[in-house]
Design a protein around this ligand. Structure first.
Ligand SMILES: Cc1ncc(COP(=O)(O)O)c(C=O)c1O
Length: 386
């Protein structure tokens, strides 16, 4: 079966109740038939038996299995949030004395982990510019353990050639981790290009309706096994309820991403050249600096676009205040279109220099394009721009 079908047809084994829709295993622990079975479950970390929902749960396993099938991964593990996925992958594979090389254009909290927390524990980091992949090799040190990218990046929509980076990592024996949150597996499968691990904030398009938090990491079995022990012992596990919601959502991910992308491209094209904007950025616009790479590794441009208001920081605030019905919130990947102005909100505590490092300009508006009629969305944006 194809991934589109597997996302719909993968389901926990039907119970005696003959349910059609997948059941929710809202239980914190599991029982045993005998003292011997219980002892065996605890004796072997690798035994495939449910013990406690911090370790494993059928609803969570169903969600993870679907993501693995969609990403073409051997194994996976779910986490409570996207940040728990990022943090757990860093903590599992990095030790004091190691060096991590990351794209500078990463999500704000990932930037905080890299710059504020990892150095506290003796782990060094360096940033590279996603638009200069040729500089990566020169930044590799003898203690470089891991290379991290988001593509497309949040919120700058920078794109990097995954195959190129994967080849550099292979040559230097470095673990390559990709945050695939913006594209989703319905649009891009980084493992196909050589990534070792792929992670997501499932809170975004995977949920698709702004309801629950979640994260997931998938990739090589031997790597996920190490992450499993870290997560099992330290506790950032996914709630079974959230997993159930997310697993149902994955049934519609492919069709939703097609519509998000069609709407986003329509709006990006309609806005390009507007006199109030200095630029519009969207992976599948020919004007995107990495349009060729986007076409090569993504099946559509995804649901996020950005534009820069000529009126800068004040213009950003005014734009948000002029919206009539479009949602003003920091989340993304919802059926409802969302506008955000990172410079005055999510990234306002960063210094101007830090904002530049992560690709945030004063008048940058990030639009998470929803599933409404595209003409309604563009009319709302145009009236706010006017
Ligand atoms: C690219 C990216 N990675 C990670 C995260 C963190 O995810 P969460 O909010 O689920 O912790 C986000 C959240 O916006 C994100 O956009």
């Amino acid at each position: 079966m194809r991934p589109e079908t597997l996302a719909i047809r993968t389901q926990t084994e039907r119970t005696g109740e003959k349910e059609h829709s997948t059941p929710l295993f809202l239980t914190s622990s599991f029982v045993y038939d005998s003292a011997e079975d219980m002892a065996a479950a605890f004796a072997d970390d690798t035994l495939d038996v449910n013990i406690y929902s911090r370790f494993s749960n059928p609803s969570v396993d169903e969600f993870v299995k679907k993501v693995c099938l969609m990403e073409g991964a051997e194994e996976g593990i779910a986490t409570a949030t996207g940040m728990a996925a990022v943090f757990s992958s860093f903590m599992t594979f990095l030790s004091a004395g190691d060096h991590i090389l990351s794209a500078s254009a990463v999500f704000g909290s990932t930037h905080a982990i890299l710059t504020k927390y990892l150095p506290k524990w003796g782990i060094e980091y360096s940033y590279f510019d996603m638009n200069k992949p040729e500089t990566i090799e020169g930044l590799i040190k003898t203690n470089t353990k891991l290379l991290y990218v988001e593509t497309p990046s949040n919120p700058g929509l920078d794109i990097i050639d995954l195959k190129f980076v994967a080849d550099v990592c292979k040559k230097h024996n470095i673990l390559f981790i990709v945050d695939n949150c913006f594209a989703t597996p319905a649009v891009q499968q980084p493992i196909q290009f050589g990534a070792d691990l792929v992670l997501h904030s499932a809170t975004k398009f995977m949920d698709g309706q702004g309801r629950v938090l979640g994260g997931v990491v998938v990739g090589k079995k031997e790597l996920i096994n190490q992450m499993y022990l870290f997560i099992r012992n330290t506790g950032p596990s996914m709630s079974p309820f959230n997993a159930w919601v997310l697993s149902k959502s994955l049934e519609t991910l492919y069709v939703r991403m097609e519509k998000h992308a069609a709407n986003a491209l329509y709006i990006a094209k309609a806005l390009e050249g507007h006199p109030a904007l200095s630029w519009v950025k969207y992976p599948f616009l020919e004007s995107h600096p990495r349009y060729d790479v986007a076409k090569q590794q993504m099946s559509n441009g995804g649901g996020i676009l950005t534009f820069e208001l000529r009126a800068g920081l004040d213009g950003g605030r005014k734009f948000l205040n002029s919206l009539k019905w479009l949602s003003m919130t920091n989340n993304l990947g919802d059926s409802r279109t969302i506008a955000s102005h990172p410079a005055s909100t999510t990234h306002s505590k960063l210094t101007e220099e830090e904002r530049q490092t992560v690709g945030i300009t004063p008048g940058l508006i990030r639009l998470s394009v929803g599933l409404e009629h595209p003409d309604d969305i563009i009319e709302e944006i145009l009236q706010a721009l006017n």
